[in-house]
Design a protein around this ligand. Structure first.
Ligand code: NZQ
Ligand code: ZN
Length: 385
């Protein structure tokens, strides 16, 4: 096992009715900014429930945070907070709203132009406003980690940052709040969480059996509950299990002490920035080609994945790896998430343009061994068409 330093201070308050707990979770004298997205939280009553729980506190709203939250929009929230001297942030939404809130929290008192946070991947953040979250979409794990991904439309960039200062103080996870999600977002959430586990599991063995078995359990749970969540949208237990699985897929635990890949995510971010695909759609496109082309470096774990997650144990090594990749692709497709760039109307000129952006953003040595160069990214993108 590799050395690690694991720290996760986020309090999770889970279950039906837990939005009411905000009355205790948010400091009584806080001047609160509630941040939300394009209006789903307003339409389905979550925002009203949140504000009721906040009671007599000073509360202002900031709506309009887009999927793939933009620097441009978030800087408006930063200005509002500075102007109104607000001191506690509450994100109500999915990964985009929570990620956006992390950025705002770090940007308010950042001593330089806050875009510098993305240029330095968050390494120079020295403090952030305290914030909590009410999660409405199980997918990213942002509710229990310190990472965030921010887009800047004007330069077609989508870049990650993280910092010990950007963990939520708490996150409220009420599975009932996911009942209003459209099927596309449920499917996206299952794929995103699945790929989060894969990026931390499907690398090379370091004799870390508990991380492996935990990751395999999360993958098998997603394979089981993902289709159920689509088939029966208001099944509380299914949504509860999906929600808790997605949180654990990226709260740091399964990634402690093991190599991590993240190449699929970094290439996916460029596809979203350039073509606007949903985050999970990009992952569904890139991952099957990635696994196929990096099968030598990942051979041992691919065989383990085939056997333990998909119960494939006959045929040659390569035949089993082929079958596991095919099952992965078929799983994404069965949820309704397409797995080819061409399915999204993206043509053969895309790899060249995406490679230029990867280079601009310094994404030239990706993967668990940092040996994934632009030539290999090109092959992956060409195989994703
Ligand atoms: O904006 P509103 O109107 O609220 O609608 C949202 C949005 O259109 C809707 N939605 C959310 N909850 C709903 C709902 N609609 C009905 N009922 C509800 N209960 O869903 C749409 C998508 O929301 P979004 O927050 O964008 O989705 P998701 O949670 O998948 O977040 C994706 C973002 O997270 C980043 C991605 O890159 C992307 O920008 N990620 C963040 C990570 C992290 N912080 O650790 C890791 C991930 O790999 C990922 O990169
Ligand atoms: Zn993701």
């Amino acid at each position: 096992m590799l050395n690690f330093d694991y720290y996760n201070p986020t309090q999770i308050v889970f279950g039906k009715g837990s939005v009411a707990r905000l009355s205790q979770l948010v400091p009584a004298d806080a001047r609160v900014l509630v941040l939300y997205g394009g209006g789903s939280a307003e339409r389905n009553g979550t925002l009203a429930e949140v504000e009721e729980a906040l009671g007599e506190r000073t509360v202002q709203r900031f709506g309009g945070i887009e999927p793939n939250p933009s620097y441009e929009t978030l800087m408006e929230a930063v200005a509002l907070i500075r102007r109104e001297k607000l001191d506690f942030l509450l994100a109500v939404g999915g990964g985009s709203v929570i990620d956006g809130t992390k950025f705002v929290a770090a940007a308010v008192y950042y001593p330089r132009d806050p875009w510098h946070i993305l240029e330095t991947f968050g390494t120079e953040i020295a403090s952030a406003l305290p914030f909590g979250a009410v999660l409405t979409l199980p997918a990213t794990g942002s509710e229990m980690n310190n990472g965030s991904v921010i887009s800047r439309k004007s330069i077609q960039a989508k870049l990650p940052f993280s910092s010990p200062h950007t963990f939520p103080r708490f996150s409220v996870l009420d599975p009932v709040k996911t009942f209003t999600l459209p099927p596309r977002q449920i499917a996206n959430g299952v794929v995103d969480a699945f790929v989060h586990v894969i990026e931390q599991y499907l690398t090379y063995p370091v004799n870390a059996p508990v991380q492996d078995r935990y990751a395999e359990g999360l993958l098998q749970t997603l394979i089981e509950v993902g289709p159920q969540a689509l088939a029966v949208p208001e099944d509380y237990d299914v949504r509860a299990n999906l929600m808790w699985t997605a949180t654990q897929a990226l709260n740091g635990l399964i990634g402690a002490g093991v190599p991590q890949d993240w190449a699929t995510h970094m290439i996916g971010h460029e596809i979203t920035a350039m073509f606007g695909l949903d985050h999970a759609q990009t992952l569904a496109v890139v991952l099957p080609a990635m696994l196929d082309l990096r099968r030598e470096a990942k051979r041992d774990k691919l065989l383990q994945y085939a056997a333990r997650v998909w119960n494939i144990d006959t045929g040659s090594d390569d035949a089993r790896i082929d079958a596991a990749i095919a099952r992965t692709r078929a799983f994404f497709e069965s949820l309704g998430v397409k797995t080819r760039l061409s399915d999204y109307g993206i043509g053969t000129d895309a790899p060249q343009r995406l490679l230029a952006q990867l280079e601009t953003h310094g994404m030239t040595a990706l993967g668990e061994r940092r040996d994934m160069d632009l030539a290999l990214s090109r092959r992956v993108l060409e195989a994703s068409l």
